[in-house]
Design a protein around this ligand. Structure first.
Ligand code: SAM
Length: 198
């Protein structure tokens, strides 16, 4: 990464931290970018832009990669627009401001990256698998949900967190039972699931 890019990426991380915006952990982003290079991914559909951090990191790792990314929160979307401009990546990163559950896209992608509302993972998977090319991959972040997925559910005091953890467990069962895909959950970052089309 050139020095100026490094500085700008650090600024985005600092902004995310200061404003409590959840962006991918370092280990997770390293895994994702290495995966893109290793599998020669040409285009990515990302669900959950936040402020554009992961989209920018993906674009920087592979000079011809194109990304379409969806965000429903207006303030985050506007911040992502600004960040993507700073890197002159407007031609390679297409931002969609909408609820992903209302978005219909015709294009097909080698990789769908799901990183939005964790309780909705099954819906995102079912909605966007139609956008996957043959031999494509679906990657989902936060399969451990900050370690809570491995906790006894009764020990989680917040009702809403218990609800999210239950939904992530349902998603794990959904992935394991999905005979159109082979899924591996990697013990990296906050847990990353890679589902490969059979
Ligand atoms: N991928 C980003 C990164 O690492 O830089 C982080 C994304 S953050 C974990 C999840 C984002 O998904 C939030 O900004 C949230 O507003 C957005 N989101 C959640 N549900 C969504 C939906 N149904 N449609 C679009 N965006 C959604």
């Amino acid at each position: 990464m050139v020095e100026n890019n490094f500085y700008q990426i650090n600024e985005i991380r600092k902004y995310a931290n200061a404003n409590k915006i959840p962006i991918m952990q370092n280990e997770g982003i390293d895994f994702l970018t290495t995966f893109i290079i290793k599998h020669q991914i040409k285009n990515v559909l990302e669900i959950g832009t936040a402020i554009g951090y992961s989209a920018i990191m993906m674009a920087l790792c592979s000079p011809n990669l194109k990304i379409t990314t969806i965000e429903r929160d207006e303030q985050r979307y506007l911040e992502a627009v600004k960040n993507i401009k700073k890197f002159n990546l407007e031609k390679r990163i297409t931002l969609i401001f909408n609820d992903a559950l209302n978005v219909k896209i015709d294009e097909k992608f080698d990789l769908v990256f799901i990183d939005a509302a964790k309780a909705q993972n099954i819906r995102f998977f079912e909605l966007f698998e139609r956008n996957l090319l043959d031999n494509g991959y679906i990657i989902t972040d936060n399969m451990y949900f900050h370690g809570l997925v491995h906790k006894n559910i009764k020990e989680i005091s917040s009702r809403s967190l218990r609800g999210i953890v239950r939904k992530i467990n349902d998603y794990i069962v959904f992935l394991k039972n999905n005979d159109k895909y082979t899924t591996t959950i990697y013990d990296i970052g906050d847990g990353i699931a890679v589902s490969e089309k059979k």
